[in-house]
Design a protein around this ligand. Structure first.
Ligand SMILES: Nc1nc2c(ncn2[C@@H]2O[C@H](COP(=O)(O)OP(=O)(O)OP(=O)(O)O)[C@@H](O)[C@H]2O)c(=O)[nH]1
Length: 629
C-alpha cells in the first residue's frame, strides 16, 4: 500500500521534473537566442535612433541655410530682370549721383537711406552702401548696376530682416550694398577697406571661383559684428561679366550651440564642411582665433580631426542615409549626417560602451522576463498537475487500497469526488467506481449464496446426521447413536447431573414368529413395537440388536420411575395384541431387563447388567420385567 503511494508520488514528481528539465532547456535555448537577438536588435535600434536623432536635428537646423539659398536666388533673378531692362536708362544712371555721395575719399550711400526716406513712393530704410577705392572710373553701366542692385536689395531685404541679420550685395569693384536696420555698416566701414581682399568676397571673384558656383563660406568670426557666421554667396554673371553677388550672413552662434548640444549629456558633436574645415567643435580651440574661421583640419594641432575627416571622406553620407563609423581602438562610434544647404558633415560621437551596455541591459531584462514567464508557467503546470493528476491519482491509490482490503462500499463512495472530471483520470475514476460497485454487488451475492448454501448444508448435515443414527427399518435410533448417547449419558451421570437407567427389550419367541409368519411380518412387528414405545416415552429408543430394543432413561426421580417405565413399555407391547400363535401368550410380547448405573460403572458393564437382567426376565417366563438391582 505504502509502495503504491510512493509510486504515485514518484510519478508526479518525475512528471514535474521532466517538464521542468525540458522547459528549462527550451527556455534557456530560446533565452540564449533571444538574448543574442535582443542584444543585436537593441544595438542596431540604438544606432538607428542616433542616426534618426542626428538627422532630425540637421533637418531642423537646415531651414535658414535653404532659405538663404532661395533668397539669394530670388535676388539674383530680380536683379537680372531689372538689369536687362534698365541698365541703359538715363534716369537710373542719373540717380547714382543723387544716391551716393563722397565720404572719407570714397563714395557711400546717402545716410538718409539708412535713416529712412521716401523716393517715388518707396520707403528706404536700413540700407547702406560702401563704394571703396576702385582702380577705374565709374562708367554708366556700373552706376546703373549699383542703383538697380540697391533697388533690388531695398525691395526684398526688409521681408527677411527677422530671419537674417543682414542681406547684402557685393560687386567685384570693391562695392558692398548692405541691408541691416540695426547696423549701418556701409557708413561705418573703414574707407581704406578693400572687401575683395577678405576671404568671403574673394571667393566670389571669377579668378577664385571659375566654376561660378554659389556656396557657403567657411566659418569666420565677424570682427565688426563679433559673432561667428557663414555667408552664402550667389555670384551673378551676365555675358561673362561678374555683375553682383547677393549674399546672406547667417549667424551661427545659436545654430551651432543647438547642433553641438549633447544628447542626454552622452554625445558630442562636430561639424566639418566638405573642404575639410572644422565648422564647430565642443572643444575649446585656441586656433580658431588665429585662423579667423578658416580652420582646415590639417592646420589644427590635434591630428585627431584630420584622421576623423579622412574617415568621413572614405565613407561619405548621403542626404537620406547617415553613415556610422567605428574606428578601430576607439571607444566611440561616429554617426555622420549630411546637412543639406552648406553640405556640412554633422558628426555625432557617442560612447560605444554606453550603447553596448544599454543593449545588454535590455537583453538581460528580456531574458529575465522569459525566466519569470517560465517560472509562472511552471507554477501553473505544477498547480495543474497537482490538482488534476497528483491528488486524483493519490485518491485512486487510496481507492485501490480499499479494494485490496475488501472495503468495496467505501471505495465506491470515495470515487465519487473526481468522477465528474472529463479527463482520463475522471474516466479511470468512474471505472474504479463501477468496478468497486460491481465487486461489492458480487460479494453481496456471494455472501447471500454462501449463507444460503451453508444453511442448506447445515440442514443436509442434520438430515445426514439423523440418517447416520437412525435405524432404517424401525425409525428408532441405531446402535451407533446408542453407543454415543450411552457414553454421554454415563459421563453426565458420573458428574452426578442425572441418574441413568438402561432398559433392554427383546421380542419373545421371535424366531418362531419369523419362521411361521414370515420375515416381512417380523419386520412389521418390529416397526409396530418401536412406534408403540415412542408413543409411551420421550426417552431415547434404540434398536440395539436384531430384535433387541434399548431405552435410555435419564431418570431424575427414584428407581421406581424407571421400573415403572419398563413395565409400561412391556405392557404397551402386549396391549398391541399382535397375534403370535407360537407364543404361550398368543400375542407378541417382550421381555425387559433393566440395569441402573452406578458411579464409576462404564457402558460395557451397564449393558452387561441389562443383558443379565433381560436373561433373567426370559428365564422367568418371558413377558416380564427384571431389574438388576
Ligand atoms: N423378521 C425379522 N427377524 C429378525 C430380525 N433380526 C433378528 N431376527 C430374528 O429374531 C430371532 C431371534 O431369535 P432368538 O433370539 O434365537 O430366540 P427367540 O425365538 O426370540 O426366543 P427367546 O428369545 O428365547 O424368546 C431370530 O430368528 C432372528 O432371525 C429382523 O430384523 N427381522
Amino acid at each position: 500500500m505504502a509502495e503504491r503511494r510512493r509510486f504515485a508520488r514518484r510519478l508526479t514528481t518525475r512528471l514535474l521534473i521532466t517538464i521542468l528539465v525540458f522547459s528549462t532547456v527550451a527556455v534557456l535555448a530560446i533565452t540564449g537566442f533571444g538574448f543574442y537577438h535582443a542584444y543585436s536588435t537593441d544595438y542596431q535600434s540604438r544606432i538607428a535612433d542616433l542616426k534618426q536623432q542626428s538627422q532630425a536635428r540637421v533637418e531642423r537646423e537646415q531651414a535658414p541655410f535653404l532659405q538663404a539659398q532661395n533668397n539669394t536666388q530670388l535676388l539674383a533673378e530680380a536683379f537680372l530682370r531689372d538689369y536687362q531692362r534698365f541698365r541703359d536708362d538715363p534716369k537710373i544712371i542719373a540717380q547714382f549721383d543723387q544716391w551716393f555721395v563722397p565720404s572719407d575719399g570714397i563714395l557711400r550711400m546717402h545716410p538718409s537711406f539708412a535713416e529712412g526716406r521716401y523716393i517715388a513712393q518707396r520707403y528706404y530704410k536700413g540700407l547702406t552702401g560702401f563704394l571703396g577705392h576702385y582702380e577705374l572710373p565709374y562708367n554708366d553701366e556700373l552706376k546703373a548696376r549699383v542703383v538697380l542692385a540697391s533697388e533690388t536689395l531695398a525691395a526684398f531685404a526688409p521681408a527677411w530682416q527677422n530671419d537674417f541679420a543682414n542681406t547684402h550685395i557685393s560687386m567685384p569693384e570693391n562695392i558692398l550694398l548692405h541691408y541691416a536696420p540695426a547696423k549701418p555698416w556701409g557708413l561705418l566701414a573703414d574707407s581704406k577697406l578693400d572687401i575683395r581682399r577678405g576671404a568671403v568676397v574673394a571667393a566670389t571673384l571669377q579668378a577664385n571661383n571659375p566654376a561660378r558656383v554659389a556656396a557657403w563660406t567657411g566659418l569666420y568670426y565677424d570682427l565688426s559684428a563679433k559673432y561667428w557666421a557663414v555667408t552664402y554667396q550667389h555670384p551673378v554673371d551676365f555675358n561673362g561679366q561678374h555683375l553682383i553677388t547677393p549674399s546672406h550672413d547667417l549667424y551661427l552662434s545659436q545654430i551651432i550651440e543647438r547642433l553641438i548640444t549633447p544628447f542626454k549629456n552622452l554625445s558630442s558633436h562636430f561639424i566639418f564642411n566638405p573642404h575639410g574645415q572644422l565648422i564647430a567643435s565642443p572643444n575649446q580651440l585656441p586656433e580658431e582665433t588665429q585662423f579667423s574661421g578658416v580652420l582646415h583640419v590639417d592646420r589644427l594641432l590635434n591630428p585627431w580631426y584630420a584622421e576623423l575627416f579622412s574617415l568621413i571622406e572614405n565613407t561619405p553620407p548621403s542626404l537620406k542615409n547617415p553613415v556610422m563609423i567605428m574606428p578601430e581602438d576607439d571607444e566611440y562610434i561616429y554617426i555622420i549626417t549630411l546637412m543639406p544647404g552648406p553640405d556640412w558633415y554633422y558628426v555625432t560621437r557617442y560612447p560605444a560602451a554606453q550603447i553596448r551596455w544599454a543593449a545588454i541591459t535590455s537583453a538581460i531584462a528580456q531574458a529575465l522576463q522569459s525566466l519569470i514567464l517560465l517560472l509562472f508557467i511552471m507554477g501553473i503546470v505544477f498547480w495543474f498537475i497537482r490538482r488534476q493528476v497528483a491528488l486524483p491519482l493519490r485518491r485512486l491509490v487510496n481507492v485501490a487500497d480499499m479494494i485490496a482490503e475488501g472495503k468495496f462500499q467505501e471505495a465506491s463512495r470515495a470515487t465519487i469526488a473526481d468522477s465528474h472530471a472529463r479527463s482520463e483520470i475522471g474516466l479511470l475514476n468512474r471505472t474504479m467506481h463501477d468496478m468497486a460497485k460491481r465487486i461489492e454487488d458480487h460479494q453481496q451475492d456471494l455472501i447471500e449464496q454462501i449463507e444460503k448454501r451453508t444453511a442448506e448444508l447445515a440442514k443436509a448435515n442434520v438430515a445426514l446426521e439423523r440418517l447416520a443414527h437412525v435405524d432404517g427399518l424401525t425409525g428408532a435410533m441405531n446402535r451407533r447413536a446408542f453407543d454415543r448417547d450411552l457414553q454421554n449419558a454415563i459421563a453426565q451421570a458420573n458428574k452426578g447431573a442425572a441418574k441413568l437407567e438402561l432398559i433392554l427389550l427383546d421380542v419373545d419367541f421371535f424366531k418362531l414368529y419369523n419362521d411361521n409368519q414370515g420375515h416381512l411380518a417380523g419386520d412389521h412387528v418390529l416397526k409396530q413395537i418401536v412406534a408403540t414405545l415412542q408413543g409411551v416415552t420421550d426417552a431415547g429408543i434404540y434398536r440395539y440388536g436384531g430384535e433387541e430394543i434399548a431405552v435410555l432413561c435419564n431418570a431424575v426421580g427414584n428407581n421406581d420411575s424407571c421400573a415403572g417405565l419398563a413395565e409400561r413399555l412391556r405392557s404397551s407391547i402386549q396391549a398391541l395384541a399382535i397375534p403370535h400363535p407360537d407364543s404361550s401368550f398368543a400375542v407378541v410380547t417382550v421381555s425387559v431387563g433393566v440395569a441402573y448405573h452406578r458411579y464409576g460403572k462404564d457402558s460395557n458393564a451397564l449393558i452387561l447388567e441389562a443383558d443379565k437382567a433381560l436373561y433373567v426376565a426370559k428365564n422367568k417366563g418371558r413377558n416380564c420385567v427384571h431389574l438388576n438391582s
